[in-house]
Design a protein around this ligand. Structure first.
Ligand code: EPZ
Length: 434
């Protein structure tokens, strides 16, 4: 396994480019299955989750080829409606194969997505959407079996206890675009990744209205053609670099950062003393006010609310902000995995139900820490950038799921961060942790 060694204390300066969006690209790979013709996806990030999804499509009979550093070609002319358990169980996002398989083939067999450290990841809303369109759904030996010979359009309500569901909305849309008749999806997720999916489907010939809203209307069509589609930039990656600039007191431009993709995050940053301005439609500048960071409050909600995928990284920032900050999770109430590791770095954080209360201002000190999931690993790296001394972040395979060339991009901004084999960790640390 590999580790990151970070020497903190450097202000990040300069420009960085966000790669294509992981959470847009994964459903777009699935959407390509809706046509028997070849599709080309551009600006695809180089991530382990993307390689996983490509492997799954290959196992299902599609021809999948990486034809350039960020370009993939998918020819789904011959596919079977079942996905391999060994791969699906490792990646929750593979659940969005349900919609296209049901839409194009009238059936699907997808293993239930595996557990996840960030919290409960049910798919009841996905299943209800399929059933509303006439599908029969059974769970047998951990496999979701869907039969929908007579799929037809219908009204669907996608709202759940925690608001709308992103991949659930993606599945409903992808099943409906080929279902005869009209489908309305009420309380649809309207994350930019859903908007990007609808843009690709329209490009393939789908009839979709209400894109970007909570009410999507679809008229089913006979078939869809292949297309060429460019993935939107990764807003969570872009915001993570904004947080890296803020936590080190630096000044950074993020190409691919879009104010209209960041929703409430921008307001929370401005309120705590981090200026985020648009340099163009596709670039933001980030600078911390002279008088430093003020304490912050944020509640995570579906888009355009504060993104749950930025909560862990913002918790690291709050450790630097004088005073008490409060972060409340309304999407995944137990998504606080980095907290114990931040405490090892000297942070003062307490957890109260679905909220973390951070007493900021005490300096962070470098330490050996353990990543537990994708966004928690980013949070620990940000903390290491701001900490005095050396931080060793272990299990960075979590990071490689969703951040493309993270250490290289941080180095480009002046950070002292290196990717090393775990054996390079000082034995003293290793002894403490074994
Ligand atoms: C997407 O996951 C993202 N993943 C997640 O990003 C992100 O955290 C999440 O949306 C919320 O924004 C991808 O897009 C691949 P959900 P998704 O279904 O769609 C409840 C990352 O770090 N729910 O929107 O799988 C569920 O319990 C990842 O990049 C139901 O109740 O998440 C949760 O509270 C992590 N029933 C909420 O909705 C359902 O059938 C959001 O879940 C489905 C969901």
């Amino acid at each position: 396994m590999e580790v990151f060694r970070i020497r903190g204390g450097r202000k990040l300066e300069g420009a960085v480019t966000a790669s294509g969006s992981k959470n847009a690209a994964l459903p777009l790979f699935a959407a390509s299955l809706l046509s028997s013709e070849e599709s080309i996806l551009e600006n695809v990030p180089d991530l382990s989750d993307i390689r996983f999804m490509a492997e799954i499509l290959l196992e299902m009979g599609a021809e999948v080829e990486k034809t350039g550093p960020t370009t993939w070609k998918i020819n789904p002319s011959q596919i079977v409606p079942c996905a391999p358990y060994e791969l699906v169980r490792k990646m929750r996002a593979s659940v969005c194969l349900l919609g296209p398989l049901v839409g194009r083939l009238g059936k699907a067999e997808i293993p239930m997505p595996g557990g996840c450290v960030i919290g409960n990841r049910p798919i009841d809303l996905h299943i209800r959407a399929m059933q509303r369109m006439g599908a029969e759904v059974e769970l047998k030996a951990g496999v979701v079996q869907v039969n929908a010979e007579n799929l037809r359009g219908n009204s669907i309500f996608m709202g759940g206890r925690h608001g709308s569901t992103v991949t659930g909305t993606a599945n409903a849309i992808m099943a409906a675009v080929l279902a005869p008749g009209k489908t309305t999806i009420d309380s649809a997720a309207c994350e930019p990744e859903i908007t990007d999916l609808c843009a690709m489907l329209r490009n393939m010939g789908a009839n979709i209205e209400g894109i970007g809203s909570h009410m999507i209307e679809i008229e089913g069509v006979e078939s869809l053609r292949g297309c060429r589609h460019r993935v939107i930039p990764d807003r969570i990656e872009a915001a993570t670099y904004a947080l890296a600039a803020a936590i080190t007191g630096g000044e950074v431009c993020v190409r691919g950062g879009r104010l209209d993709h960041l929703g409430a995050f921008v307001n929370v940053m401005n309120a705590c003393g981090v200026r985020i301005d648009a340099q163009s439609e596709n670039e933001i500048s980030v600078k911390t006010n002279e008088d430093g960071l003020r304490s912050l409050e944020a509640i995570t909600l579906p888009y355009p609310g504060f993104p749950t995928d930025l909560q862990a990284q913002t918790c690291a920032l709050a450790c630097k902000a004088k005073g008490l900050s409060i972060l409340t999770e309304r999407v995944y109430p137990s998504r606080f995995m980095p907290v114990p590791e931040l405490l090892r770095m000297g942070a003062e954080i307490s957890l109260e139900g679905a909220s973390s209360i951070i007493r900021g201002g005490t300096p962070l000190t470098g330490a050996p820490v353990m990543a537990s999931d994708l966004r928690a690993s980013a949070a620990l790296i940000l903390a290491g950038l701001a900490a005095e001394g050396e931080t060793w972040v272990q299990r960075i395979y979590h990071l490689d799921r969703g951040y493309d060339a993270f250490e290289k991009k941080l180095q480009g901004l002046g950070a002292e961060v290196e990717r090393l084999p775990e054996s390079e960790m000082p034995s003293a640390f290793g002894a403490q942790l074994s």
